[in-house]
Design a protein around this ligand. Structure first.
Ligand code: SF4
Ligand code: ZN
Length: 311
């Protein structure tokens, strides 16, 4: 089993970030709870690195080693909002846990709430084990709908501990139940094909994990194709213990997860070009997944003579 030290030792150098500027922001379209396609502003906040060291995580690349000064997070949000076109919902993503006091200073919560309460939904990320009364206090400050995105990753009994997330499925269930009991929406991140699973098992366990998340109260699931690029994942790829999922697996998982009818299912398409196996059908498959993300309807299959179609 990999330790924190192994994972950190494998990292490439970390870029430098200004604590007073968000590292990115954009407006994108998403199928909302209403099942209409609505605009969502996403602001990627610079803050202190998450204290966990999950095997598959590359989010530390966008973080600092020190806590940001009080006032820096509101300044980042203000900057982004001043340049973004209006949107109905907002994601405040901090590459970690919004309710970690070392990440987002709690002193800033009231100002943050003032800046974003005009959005219909405010979506933040958080570790299940940091999900407690802090979320309820922020919900009360906001006065608009709060949604907390929790990483379940996988319910596989051996793979979840091996991801070094220091969390059990029961921790996730408790956090999701707590949020639902306090009228806070739950979004869930699920990994497709973490290290240790072959292509078929990767799909089956991702599907079971999505099903579990919906049963635990999640409104939507975002499925992330596991990728290399953080150092340790590249080592696992080099030794054959990790092979990224195929585009065809993304499509199959998406189709079957939508068909569960448990809630919305999104496939994260960041850097998806790396999964192209065939120049003819790669872009068409991504376009199909994009349409399925927006409509939550299973689109017509892509026909191509390539190997990825045969699988
Ligand atoms: S808890 Fe989330 S942000 Fe922190 S290391 Fe794990 S995956 Fe990355
Ligand atoms: Zn093809």
């Amino acid at each position: 089993m990999l330790t924190d030290a192994d994972i950190v030792a494998a990292r490439p150098p970390k870029p430098h970030w200004d604590p007073w500027r968000p590292y990115a922001f954009h407006v994108e379209w998403e199928c909302a709870a209403s099942r209409r396609v609505e605009d969502v502003a996403t602001i990627f906040l610079v803050n202190r690195e998450c204290p966990f060291r999950c095997t598959m995580c590359d989010l530390w690349k966008y973080t600092l080693d020190e806590r940001v000064p009080v006032g820096a997070i509101p300044a980042q949000i203000e900057q982004a909002l001043s340049q973004l076109s209006p949107a109905r919902h907002v994601k405040l993503y901090n590459a970690g846990n919004f309710f970690d006091a070392q990440a987002i200073p709690p002193e800033d919560h009231p100002v943050i709430a003032d800046l974003v309460r005009h959005f219909q939904t405010v979506i933040v990320e958080n570790h299940p084990r940091l999900t407690d009364e802090r979320c309820v206090r922020f919900r009360d400050l906001l006065g608009t709908r709060l949604e907390v995105a929790l990483g379940l990753e996988t319910i596989h009994p051996e793979i979840l501990p091996a991801l070094n997330k220091r969390m059990t499925v029961e921790d996730f269930d408790r956090a999701a139940g707590f949020l639902r009991d306090h009228d806070i929406n739950v979004r869930t991140f699920v990994l497709l094909k973490p290290p240790g699973l072959n292509e078929r098992d990767g799909i089956e366990w991702a599907l079971r994990s999505v099903e579990h998340a919906f049963a635990a109260g999640a409104d939507c699931c975002s499925v992330i194709p596991t990728r290399a690029g953080n150092g340790v994942m590249d080592q696992l790829q080099a030794s054959g213990e990790f092979v990224p999922p195929t585009l065809r697996s993304l499509e199959e998982l998406h189709e079957r997860a939508i068909a569960l009818n448990g809630g919305r299912v999104f496939i994260d398409l960041w850097d998806v070009e790396k999964l192209f196996e065939c120049p003819n059908c790669g872009p068409a498959r991504v376009e199909r997944i994009q349409q399925m993300n927006l409509t939550q309807q299973i689109g017509p299959p892509i026909k191509c003579d390539c190997r990825s179609f045969e699988q």
